[in-house]
Design a binder for this molecule. Structure first.
Ligand SMILES: O=C(O)CCC(=O)C(=O)O
Ligand SMILES: [Fe+2]
Length: 329
């Protein structure tokens, strides 16, 4: 098959560190309408480490490959439409594409099943939210009972479980993410590739509940703590960060474990939700600076496994900065 020869050629050029030729080869093949080249180049345009990051180009390439019946490209294109990645958000367009894919692809049908149960408007935003219950003023903490349905919770566990990795923390000295004993858990990030249309709708719900825009959220994360696992006392706000993590929303995805309460260590406020309950707290005070009272811990799990979804919400729109590409193409 021609595409196998193409991918072999591109890989050989990369192996020989002839990156510009590899990129040009892929760009030419994608422009000539080769479906595999379009998907591969979309991946490069998203990653931004080989060629320049260009999410609009990636979205167009995914659309082209989707028109040629490439399943993964078609599904990712629906997600880009829903979240407005690489162009305008188009919720009705995302749903129309999901409906066209649903008869062929279970993942599309599954998302539509979840979305069909949601109370949302024509733009995917929630039309109603459960009433929050204030737990404390200082720190500023509310619980939101029944924030997600058991099906939504199960979906997040199912989607993230296969890609769980040991959790990382930001090292203040280098700004890099590194493994650290403060965080004995596994995490999976629902980033650009994994924030599907259903998960985007959940992120819109998180945005509405926190009075923020969806673009302010860091990728939603699935966290799993096994027996003995914990997240020791910490602040979610980052030292000296200009685009601060102003709030955190945690959703309890299961309840069949012992221990694992979330504890605000300075006041002793302790919370353990049932499946679907959320905890929303501010990490900064009214002046926008880190609030020491927001220091909190995920206490050790003593038996079973604890699953939560966690979203750190920034003061302004947030995106991981693109890497410096190897070739300027
Ligand atoms: O697991 C918990 O209860 C706390 C999680 C947490 O602190 C976080 O995700 O920032
Ligand atoms: Fe935290």
């Amino acid at each position: 098959m021609a595409w196998q020869a193409l991918i072999e050629r591109v890989n050989a050029l990369i192996g020989a560190r002839r990156f510009a030729e590899a990129a040009q080869c892929l760009i030419d093949a994608a422009a000539a309408g080769d479906r595999t080249a379009m998907v591969e180049l979309a991946d490069w345009r998203i990653g931004g480490d080989l060629v320049r990051r260009d999410l609009a180009a990636a979205r167009a390439l995914l659309q082209g490959a989707a028109a040629k019946r490439h399943e993964a490209a078609a599904l990712l294109h629906t997600a880009f439409l829903a979240a407005g990645v690489g162009g305008q958000a188009d919720w009705p367009g995302a749903l129309a594409e999901l409906r066209a894919l649903a008869p062929h692809y279970p993942h599309a049908a599954r998302q539509l099943g979840l979305i069909g149960q949601m109370e949302i408007d024509a733009r995917g935003a929630p039309t109603s939210l459960p009433t929050p219950r204030r737990l404390s003023d200082a720190p500023d903490v509310v619980a939101i009972p029944g924030f997600m349905t058991p099906e939504e919770c199960a979906y997040l566990i199912e989607a993230g479980r296969p890609v769980l990795q040991p959790s990382l923390v930001v090292d203040p000295a280098s700004g890099r993410t590194v493994p650290h004993p403060v965080r004995a858990s596994d995490a999976a990030m629902f980033g650009l590739y994994a924030e599907d249309v259903a998960i985007h709708a959940l992120n819109r719900r998180i945005a509405a509940a926190s009075g923020t825009e969806p673009g302010q959220g860091e990728p939603l994360q699935l966290l799993r703590y096994q027996a003995g696992g914990e997240y020791r006392a910490h602040m979610d706000a980052l030292p000296g960060e200009p685009n601060q993590r102003i709030a955190t929303l945690l959703v309890h995805l299961n309840e069949d474990y012992e221990g694992g309460e979330t504890r605000f260590v300075r006041t002793g406020l302790c919370y353990k939700g049932r499946t679907g309950d959320a905890l929303l707290f501010a990490n900064v005070g009214a002046d926008g600076r880190a609030d020491p009272l927001s220091e909190h811990a995920g206490l050790p799990v003593t038996s079973g496994e604890k699953f939560i979804a966690s979203r750190w919400i920034r003061a302004r729109a947030f995106a991981f900065p693109p890497p410096a590409p190897l070739v300027d193409l």
